[in-house]
Each structure stands twice: as C-alpha cells, then as structure tokens.
Design a protein around this ligand. Structure first.
Ligand code: OOG
Ligand code: NI
Length: 457
C-alpha cells in the first residue's frame, strides 16, 4: 500500500512558517518588521481597491501574507550540494547566478525558489544562498585553516539527511515524514552562539573579511535575515524610522515609480549578539538583520540593460555632491518609461497575456476573431499584466551585504564570475531566470491564440 505524499508546496509553507517563528524568537525586531509590513499593506489595500483587485487577478493576493525570502551563507561545496537536495523536497530549485566578488564580497550565490505558476502563487518562499569562495582568501595559511575548520562541521542532522534520501528514493514524503523533515531541517538554520573556533582564530578570520568569520566560525549557516514583502516600501521605511529602528539609509534598487519594477529593498542594521568562544570566553558577533522588500515587474534583457545603465549613472555621480542619492536616482530614472503600455510597447518588461471578460464571451459564443495579440489588445479582448520579478539584484544584494557587515570596509577582489565552479559544487546547473520569464510570457500568448483562433474555427 502506498501512502499519499504531502505536496511540496505544503512542506515549503510549513517550513517557511517554522523558520519565521524561529527567527521571530531569535531576533524580536524581525517581529516588529512583520507588524509594520502588515499595517502598511493593510493601509495600501484599503486605499487602493484597484491594486487589491489586480493582485488577486495576478494570483498574488493570497500569497502576500506568507511571502518572504531569507538568506544563508555556506562554507563548502558539500554543504551547498546537500542544501540543493534539501530544498528540492520543498519544490525549490536554484535560479540565477550572482557573482558578488565584484562588490568586494567573497561569495557567489543562487536563489532557491519555486518556479511553476501554481507553486509561486501558493508560496514563493525563496532563500538567497551564498557559497564562500575560499580561493579569495589571500593568506594561504588562513585559507588552509578555514578549510580545515569547515571540513569537520556537519550542518545537517542525521534525520534531515535520512529524510532527504527517503524523499529521493520514494519521490515524496508522507505527512508524518514531512513534519519530521521540517523540524530536522530547521536545525540547520538555527543560531548557535557558541563558536567552534577560539577568539584569536575568529579575529583573524574577521580581519580577512567579516563575512568569512560569520561563515567559518559557527556550527551552521544560521539564517541571517528574513524579508516580508511590502506594497509600499517608502511607507514601511518611514514607519521603521518612526519606531526608532536603525534602518539602512538608502533603499536599494530602482526609485519609487507609478509602475514598480524589479525589486526595492531596505533593512535594519545587523544586531550585535553575545557569543561564547571555547573556554567560556565571551565575545560579540554582528551578522543578523531584518529586511523588507517591494517587488515589481520583471524586466526583459533590454529593460534590464536600461536599468543597469541608469543605476550606474545615479551611483557613478556620487562625487557630484549637491544632489542626494535619492534625487540622482529619480533624475536618472526619468529616462525609464513608467506606464504599463510603454513598458510593453518598448519591450522593457515581461507580460502575461490573458483573455478579458469580453474575450472570454467571444470564445464561449463561438465568435470569430481574426488578427493577433496587438489587435485583440486594441479591441479589448486580451489584456497584458506585468509579470512580477521573483529574483534578486546583485548590486542591491551587495549593498545589503555591505550595510550589514559594518559598512566601512571596502575590499576588492580581482576575481571573475565562477559559475561553472558554483554549479559543480551545487551538483546541477542553475536555471536561467530570463528564460523562465520568457517562457511564462510565451505560454500565455500561446494560450490566448489557441482560445481566440479556436473560437474562429
Ligand atoms: C544575502 C544578501 C542578499 C538580498 O535580499 O539581496 C539578499 C546575505 O546577506 O547573505 O538577501
Ligand atoms: Ni535579502
């Protein structure tokens, strides 16, 4: 007799809820962020019923309250490999490659997330997962030491590994196993204040890069932040300041816009936490923080190139004192079209095409419709909705990393992207996020054409 398997979506939701509860207990300020975001979102939805309707139509309304991302930093290829297998149990696959060495952060990363429409609508929980690039530690002695320290730690419990293997062998987990898996995997993300290295070693790692100390010194890759999604990040940022939360000075990403694009993010500074080194020696460590994000339209390669260019313009003018960063950003982005129609007509964003009610009526009454998408859009039989961006931005991620590493230090690595090495460690290729958006758009166009041309037949 075979028992039914628990859907991956349900396991992912249970896990993200358990992680959120754990992080709330560990970092109470995160709980405050959640209430700020809940308040802001409720206000926005009350003031803008049109937005509520749009979100509902785009299958984004129900997921709003559960939507969040987290981040971890791993030390070895073997850890990343097992992490991929663990996330697979929850329907999360690696999407995208982010090289952060260019920003002075000695890691490269991917985002584990669901990719199917249904899974994204149920719960788009994502985990930004970084892998330390040991080869970027200059001091050969320290590099070898870090490698030895990491080689002896076990970040997964036996139970977690056992259930991952069972999931692979059976093709799923029953409900009891799914519950056990969630609890067992949660242990990997838990904070452990007792360092595995002595204070002197910690200091040397810290001197090489604060991030290296964070990754190498502890028993596991503690979750370092969780990020709820807000519908108005400026209001949420103000609310943080009103409550006296030490928020990052600038919001990363594009400026505020009528049609939000990509991703805007801000965070509160990492908290100082007590740690204990072997021999009961007390110390402090700073790594864990809270973040909020606002998501907008996914951009095509053309749109992304324009975004990158305008962002570089705003950032590059840092020397031109007079204007604030926010002003420079707003000025630069005046060149980015800000209506749904312009974004679509100029091929800057990805869209999902669907029948309007009039279009549906046409299909059911067997009416005939010649032409193609543009004609149907003009006739009001089809509508196009921007596809929400489900991924991350390397420049923003680097800004988030930096502001939570104390902010002052600036390293630079003469490194280049090493996607092949990352994928070898991962044990699979990462999915190309642009291909995923292109596929969603193409599929929606096909469905619309089939419906309307079928009606004509
Ligand atoms: C990850 C920082 C990146 C984001 O939202 O861009 C990130 C980290 O600090 O480990 O989470
Ligand atoms: Ni983040």
């Amino acid at each position: 007799m075979t028992r039914p398997f628990t859907p991956a979506d349900a396991i992912r939701t249970r896990f993200s809820e358990a992680m959120s509860a754990m992080y709330r207990a560990e970092v109470p300020l995160y709980g405050e962020l959640l209430s700020i975001v809940a308040e802001v979102n409720a206000t926005v939805l009350a003031e803008r019923p049109d937005l509520a309707a749009e979100l509902a139509a785009a299958d984004e309304f129900d997921r709003l309250d559960v939507e969040r991302h987290g981040a971890i930093r791993l030390g070895t290829a073997a850890e990343l490999h097992m992490m991929r297998r663990a996330f697979a149990v929850m329907g999360m696959v690696p999407v995208g490659y982010y090289d952060l060495s260019v920003a002075g952060v000695p890691v490269h990363s991917t985002a584990f997330r669901p990719v199917d429409d249904g899974a994204l609508a149920a719960n788009p929980f994502r985990v930004f997962t970084s892998l330390l690039r040991l080869e970027l530690i200059e001091d050969a002695g320290l590099r070898a030491e870090a490698e030895t320290i990491l080689s002896t730690r076990r970040i997964f419990t036996d139970e977690a590994i056992h259930l991952i293997e069972r999931h692979e062998a059976q093709g799923g987990l029953d409900d009891a196993d799914a519950g056990r898996f969630v609890l067992a995997l949660l242990e990997t993300f838990r904070w452990h204040g007792d360092a595995r290295v002595d204070a002197a070693t910690y200091d040397r790692l810290h001197e090489a890069h604060r991030l290296i100390a964070d990754i190498v010194s502890f028993r596991g890759p503690h979750i370092n932040h969780l990020t709820p999604r807000t519908l108005d990040i400026d209001a949420a940022q103000d609310a943080m300041q009103v409550r006296g939360i030490d928020a990052k000075a600038v919001i990363e990403g594009p400026p505020r816009r009528a049609v939000p694009i990509l991703l805007r993010q801000t965070s509160f500074k990492a908290i100082e936490e007590d740690v204990i080194f072997p021999g009961e020696q007390p110390g402090q460590h700073t790594a864990r923080f809270g973040e909020i994000e606002q998501r907008g339209a996914a951009l095509t390669p053309k749109g992304r190139a324009l975004y990158d260019r305008l962002l570089a313009t705003a950032r590059g003018e840092a020397g031109s004192q007079d204007a604030s960063y926010a002003d420079r950003l707003a000025t630069a982005f005046a060149a980015f079209p800000d209506t749904v129609d312009a974004l679509r007509e100029q091929g800057l964003a990805w869209f999902r095409y669907e029948l309007t009610e009039a279009g549906q009526r046409l299909v059911t009454t067997g009416g005939c419709r010649a032409g193609d998408i543009e004609d149907w859009l003009a006739a009001g039989h089809v509508r196009a909705r921007p596809i929400v961006y489900e991924d991350f931005l390397p420049v923003s991620a680097a800004g988030i990393f930096q502001s939570n590493l104390g902010g002052t230090e600036q390293r630079s690595y003469a490194a280049s992207a090493a996607q092949a090495a990352f994928e070898a460690a991962l044990g699979s290729a990462v999915q190309d996020e642009l291909a995923l958006y292109a596929e969603v758009e193409a599929r929606s166009m096909r469905a619309v054409r089939e419906a309307l041309r079928g009606a004509a037949a």
